[in-house]
Each structure stands twice: as structure tokens, then as C-alpha cells.
Design a protein around this ligand. Structure first.
Ligand SMILES: [Zn+2]
Length: 284
């Protein structure tokens, strides 16, 4: 039996994009794409984050060219009350109380707040870590791939634990086609599941027991649960941004669709899907 954890899903800013970017059946009209992160409470380890969403550091990191192009392409809103630090305060949590930040992948909208958590250990997949390290000093290439290496704290490497070095864990049969992951805390409560295709080394997080429910945080493996359920991919131009490896992206997307259709009990939560977020918060 895995341990019970609690999970709150918080929106730390949003950007505007055409609805059809996430779902080719969607409208040609701008909608909000939330930047979601998971706030997890583990009985022994304490407070853990899965991603950080946007933060003030994002605006600093995109002040000049070429990084400014990122901000122009994806207009971001982050009202003061929506900053993650402000939201954590409402839970009675300070920045120093966050023991661990699990990084789904290194795109700017997922790691912008890393510098805000000076006590935290970071967890990521090795492929993601290697990729962002390689991009340091290659600002144009990094920017066009949605990466902003300046968001990493100076002591990032020293604080990083690689998920791939954790004990591997078999997922329950009902999680098929997903079968294997890495047991991040050694007690079965948080299982990292590699979700290839969107970026180098994307880490999904399977939580077998989040207050009694199985939850699968899938970052950017899909942007819309209704679209993924129906097997509709993002619009063709968006697919270019959605995948660094188109073949693997489509395979992961299709696997996720299979799981969503077959197992309605598993709450699949992408980082940018308003419908899935609402469905989860309504249930709490
Ligand atoms: Zn991404």
C-alpha cells in the first residue's frame, strides 16, 4: 500500500493562445491557458511542489532579445495574488517550507519559480537536466525551444536528485499502457513516469493515493483532456511547439487517450487544461 498524500492544484499565472492550439477541434479564438502546479503534502517529507508555473523571474529573464521573443509569442499574466509565494502563504506555507520541487520539464512556464525556494531539493529526469545544461550559452536556440536557463538557481546542480536514479517501480495494471516508473520517495507515494516526446526528459507524476484517488499529473504530454480523450491532436502549427520528437509525442498522446477513455477513475491532470483543473478542484 502506498501512503496517502494530499494534492492541491494551483494556477500560477496564465498565457493567452488560440483554443485550437491545444485541440484542433477548438475555436480560432484566444483563451486562457493556466500554468498549473501541484502542491503536495507528504506525511514525512512535508511540502512538495510539482512545477512552479510562472513567477516574477520569468519577466526578468525575458527582458531583452532574444528571450523577449518568448514573452511576445506567449503573452503572460501573473496578478500579485496569483503568484505562487502569495498563494502558499494562504496555506500557512513559507518559501523555506518547500522541501522538494519535482520538475516536470525545463520549459520556462514550469520552472520560473525555482529561485523562490532556497531550501528545496530538485528532482528531474537526467535527459531534461542534460538538455538544459547544454543550452547554457546558446540563447537563441534555448529561446526557440521554450527554455530559459537563467531561471535555474546558481546552485541548481548541487541540489538536484535524478529521478532515474530512484528505484524503479511497476505501475498497477490499470495504468496500462503506462507500466514503469521511479519511486521518488521509496514508499510508493510518488511515482515519476517518463512521458517522452514533448521535451527532452519529461517527467509525469503518478500519485496512487491523493486523498483516496489516483491522480496522474502529465505536464505537457497533452494540453487538453477533452481533446486527448477524443484523439484530437493540437492544431498542426502547434504540434511543432508541442513536440521535440513528433513520433514519441504522438505515441504518448495516444497512450494517454487510451488511459483516459478506459479509466475515468484516474484523474489525469495536464499543466494547461482548464477543464481538467476545474473538474479536480470541484471534486475537492
Ligand atoms: Zn512544455
Amino acid at each position: 500500500m502506498s501512503r496517502t498524500v494530499s494534492l492541491n492544484v494551483l494556477r500560477a499565472g496564465w498565457c493567452r493562445h488560440l483554443e485550437c492550439m491545444a485541440d484542433r477541434g477548438g475555436r480560432w479564438a484566444p483563451v486562457r491557458f493556466p500554468a498549473l502546479c501541484g502542491l503536495i503534502r507528504h506525511p514525512d517529507v512535508g511540502w512538495i511542489l510539482y512545477d512552479t508555473g510562472y513567477a516574477e523571474h520569468f519577466f526578468k529573464a525575458t527582458q531583452t532579445l532574444p528571450e523577449r521573443l518568448y514573452r511576445s509569442a506567449v503573452p503572460v499574466q501573473l496578478p500579485a495574488q496569483e503568484q505562487l509565494l502569495a498563494q502558499l502563504k494562504t496555506f500557512g506555507i513559507g518559501a523555506h517550507d518547500i522541501s522538494t520541487v519535482i520538475i516536470s520539464h525545463f520549459h520556462g512556464d514550469h520552472i520560473a519559480g525555482l529561485r523562490d525556494f532556497p531550501q528545496a531539493t530538485f528532482i528531474a529526469l537526467d535527459a531534461g537536466r542534460q538538455h538544459i545544461e547544454r543550452l547554457r550559452g546558446h540563447r537563441w536556440r534555448a529561446t526557440f525551444g521554450g527554455h530559459l536557463p537563467a531561471l535555474l538557481p546558481e546552485d541548481f546542480s548541487a541540489r538536484l536528485t535524478l529521478a532515474d536514479h530512484c528505484k524503479s517501480a511497476a505501475l498497477p495494471g490499470w495504468m496500462a499502457p503506462f507500466s514503469q516508473g521511479f519511486d521518488l520517495l521509496g514508499d510508493g507515494s510518488l511515482i515519476a513516469v517518463p512521458l517522452s516526446g514533448h521535451s527532452e526528459g519529461q517527467l509525469g507524476l503518478f500519485i496512487p493515493d491523493a486523498q483516496g484517488h489516483p491522480v496522474f499529473l502529465v505536464a505537457d504530454a497533452c494540453w487538453s483532456v477533452p481533446a486527448c480523450r477524443a484523439g484530437r491532436l493540437p492544431a498542426a502549427p502547434a504540434l511543432w511547439f508541442a513536440s521535440h520528437d513528433a513520433k514519441h509525442y504522438r505515441q504518448t498522446y495516444s497512450d494517454l487517450g487510451t488511459l483516459i477513455r478506459r479509466e475515468p477513475e484516474v484523474m489525469v491532470l495536464p499543466s494547461h487544461c482548464s477543464q481538467a483543473w476545474k473538474a479536480y478542484t470541484d471534486e475537492q
